[in-house]
Design a protein around this ligand. Structure first.
Ligand code: SIN
Length: 321
């Protein structure tokens, strides 16, 4: 029998409902189970090119995403990816933190099969919900023999975990891939890669950490506390001092432009570093990539946006522990 697809449900607007018939806003996320989402799209059976299974990993609004759900999701992905009867995974997720989960999974999961995150901007009860088509596209992509690694699909556009970010609070095509553009598109049930073939999937930076997951999906260690501090007009160092006092192990600074800091933040960050706190700079610019200067002591080598730099720093601290 051909290998099949597993759909892991985590909640989000794609599983959301509203008491107001047809409403696009003012709904409650994470109300329908993943089995109900699958039942609403009969075309999934063919798109999967093999058996289709579903598993509810969590049922949350992704604004509330936390470490326990992440650990469980990573653990369930690892179990299914190791199964020869599974060709790929699709994950239903809220749009709000999808890019963070995508980056976490990209750093932890083996990249020999596709793991496709999808979501929706309108609840399942909307007049024209986008979730069913997005789910169909995700399963289509997960069943593509050439697809590898962690991908995201929404409004027919395929994004990579490194570049994907939510750029609009309402539009159906709420995600973008910055300067590089999308990796491809799912059109009429077919995948068209932007550069003619599926992109190469790099091995995960922190595969060893994933191996530390226990049976119940609990990491045998605390997730280090890493906060994001923004450099802005009128910034001062008291936020940094307070976070150090509260025991944070790392700080990512959402810096202006190409990594510049308000002068009032700098001494506080130096104090934090002397107290043993790890510091990373990320640009708060929504596009482009920070170009670190040779003498830049806190630059993030990957030039990640703040929310992804936070995840990388957290994983780095965990790997060191
Ligand atoms: C969520 O992120 O879970 C709610 C918002 C959405 O999915 O669009």
């Amino acid at each position: 029998m051909a290998a099949g697809i597993v759909v892991l449900g985590t909640g989000g607007t794609i599983a959301g409902t509203s008491d107001v018939a047809g409403a696009n806003v003012g709904y409650t996320a994470a109300q329908l189970g993943v089995q109900q989402l699958l039942a609403a799209v009969p075309q999934l059976a063919q798109a999967a090119r093999g058996p289709l299974r579903a598993e509810q990993v969590a049922q949350i609004d992704s604004k509330d995403m936390g470490h326990a759900v992440w650990a469980r999701l990573v653990q369930r992905c690892l179990v299914h990816l190791a199964d020869e009867a599974v060709a790929g995974l699709a994950i239903t997720h809220g749009t709000d933190t999808l890019e963070e989960t995508a980056w976490l999974l990209h750093n932890l999961l083996p990249a020999h099969k596709p793991v496709v995150l999808t979501s929706a901007m309108r609840p399942a009860t909307a007049l024209a919900p986008d979730g069913p088509q997005n789910l169909l596209d995700a399963v289509t992509l997960a069943a593509q023999p050439a697809a590898r690694g962690v991908l995201a699909v929404g409004a027919g556009v395929i994004h990579g975990a490194r570049e994907v970010s939510k750029v609009h609070p309402l539009r159906l095509d709420a995600f973008a891939s910055g300067d590089g553009g999308p990796l491809g598109w799912v059109e009429g049930g077919r995948v068209r890669w932007a550069h003619g073939c599926a992109p190469q999937a790099l091995p995960p930076a922190h595969a060893g950490l994933a191996g530390r997951l226990g049976e119940g999906g609990q990491w045998h260690m605390q997730w280090p506390r890493v906060a994001i501090v923004m450099s802005h007009a009128g910034a001062d160092g008291s936020v940094v001092d307070a976070l150090v006092g509260a025991g944070f192990a790392g700080l990512v600074v959402a810096a202006t432009g190409n990594g510049t800091l308000h002068e009032a933040l700098y001494p506080a960050l130096l104090r934090a570093e002397q107290a043993g706190v790890a510091i990373r700079l990320a640009s708060r610019c929504p596009q482009g990539r920070m170009l670190a200067q040779a003498d830049e002591r806190w630059a993030d080598p990957l030039g990640l946006p703040p929310v992804k730099a936070r995840i990388s720093l957290m994983l780095e601290l965990m790997a060191r522990a």
